[in-house]
Ligand binder design. Sequence first.
Ligand SMILES: Cc1cc2nc3c(=O)[nH]c(=O)nc-3n(C[C@H](O)[C@H](O)[C@H](O)COP(=O)(O)OP(=O)(O)OC[C@H]3O[C@@H](n4cnc5c(N)ncnc54)[C@H](O)[C@@H]3O)c2cc1C
Length: 515
Amino acid sequence: MVAVLRACQPQPWTVLRHARCFTAHADGNVNGPSPRIAIIGSGPAGFYTAQKLMRDVEGTKIDMYEQLPVPFGLVRSGVAPDHPEVKNCQDSFNEVAASPNYTFIGNINLGHDLPLHLLAKYYDAIVFAYGASKDRKIGLVGEDRPYIYSARAFVGWYNGLPEYRNLNPDLTAGDTAVVVGQGNVALDVARVLLSPLDHLKGTDMTEYALDALSSSKIRHIHVVGRRGPLQAAFTIKEVRELINLPDVNFAPIPSHLFPADLKQLPRPKRRILELLQKGRPYSASASRSWSLDFLLAPKELRYSSTDPTRLEGVTFARTSLANPTSVASVVETTGETVTLATTTLFRSIGYKAEPIPGLAEIGADFDERAGTLSHDGFGRLIGLGTSSQLDTDGESSQRLRSRAQPGLYCSGWVKRGPTGVIASTMSDAFETAEGIVADWKRATELATQSLPPRDGWDGVKREAESQGLRLLPVHWDEWQRINAEELQRGESRGKPREKFGSLEEMLRAGQRSGS
Ligand SMILES: Cc1cc2nc3c(=O)[nH]c(=O)nc-3n(C[C@H](O)[C@H](O)[C@H](O)COP(=O)(O)OP(=O)(O)OC[C@H]3O[C@@H](n4cnc5c(N)ncnc54)[C@H](O)[C@@H]3O)c2cc1C
């Protein structure tokens, strides 16, 4: 038996197969006149996919499922509170939600509260836009012990993500923290820890996080990466903000770490390196400091010999770059080690998508290596199936093949992996929507008759009830009540918003009046 895996490449036949099978009717007919689409996830990917679909095919109906009672994904629970301008994309999302063709179905965790397969017959297409809701681990012994926090948990905690309401990070163990990772999220963590509290008080950071930060003893932060300044993932805005923080020194970066001729570099990289090289004049009166520590790979956590719960330091393996002038250079270890004394560690080496239960049942495949759903490069899902074939010796064997999965699509971080800003997520969502529109148009051209439209959420709800599933959906009007209360709570504290940090509080606020 030979198993042959075909690479997940865009293939022209995929479109045709989808066109023929878009609605999964064997006779090729479609439910019309316009599609009814389920989107799983209400972050930027979900909303931008919905926006494009509703614009491009008149009458498209969108049911957007969201595990939380509140929408907007990482725009609410990830984007730093002191970057309110980034959240302006919510204005576009609100416009989408104002359409009578849009239904928000919050507080439903797909694959857990509601089996995925139950959706299939009530929609013309399902779009997976559920993001990357886990974080990557470094792989050190003891990584789950106290004083070690994932950036995802820490960010979720200060942003009011219910999952992390009880994280209660201890920021009082000592004055030095290490952040492992050099992306923008790592810099967000460092900036929040070093910012003057008065600056954060005027943001929508949760009150309990402000309380904890007010007693934080952390004064010095090492932001550590395996590679050099040229390879670091942060962008200029984030690093400039940190360098310019008041009352905070920035440790000079050794000159030998910079490429000899910065002028040869593409402009964005050159500007970052010039900024890092320039650094900031040392201030003897500054009470806080931070450094970018390059060419260090975490190797071992060091705990106190008298109190094994106390982190005392992290040992790093010194690395060197195989190709120092390449932005994509890999690193090699040198055999040298460096130990940084620290009492608190934040792990910020990336987010990770996970399969949701029931994917295989509906024919979808999760690519564990890539950490994304398997798709054709444009967001059309591909599943793995077997087919029989006759080998040259006349024996029948099973071959493992990738197969297009009609009517199933993906968008955003679960499609391309957890990298990229909201703007790139938007482009990515538009690409998926364009594929859906093309498939739908082709299917309607080929159809000989139009069947009645699909039932969408009404059908799902009916079937869920008949199966005894107890769902407590939160719709847009309830979210608007939650929103209004959060804004009101914020106003009374002199801040833009005070988020509810628990599901119970959110649900109570959603039901407070009118229902
Ligand atoms: C800490 C952090 C800060 C960032 N800051 C910025 C910034 O300043 N500027 C910028 O441009 N970009 C920023 N980004 C990037 C930006 O947030 C992403 O590009 C974008 O949010 C990805 O969108 P998405 O819809 O794919 O995923 P998400 O935003 O994660 O949305 C996914 C949604 O799916 C829901 N979901 C998950 N599982 C299920 C399920 N089983 N059933 C139902 N719903 C489910 C989730 O609750 C979530 O609402 C930041 C990212 C992070 C992590």
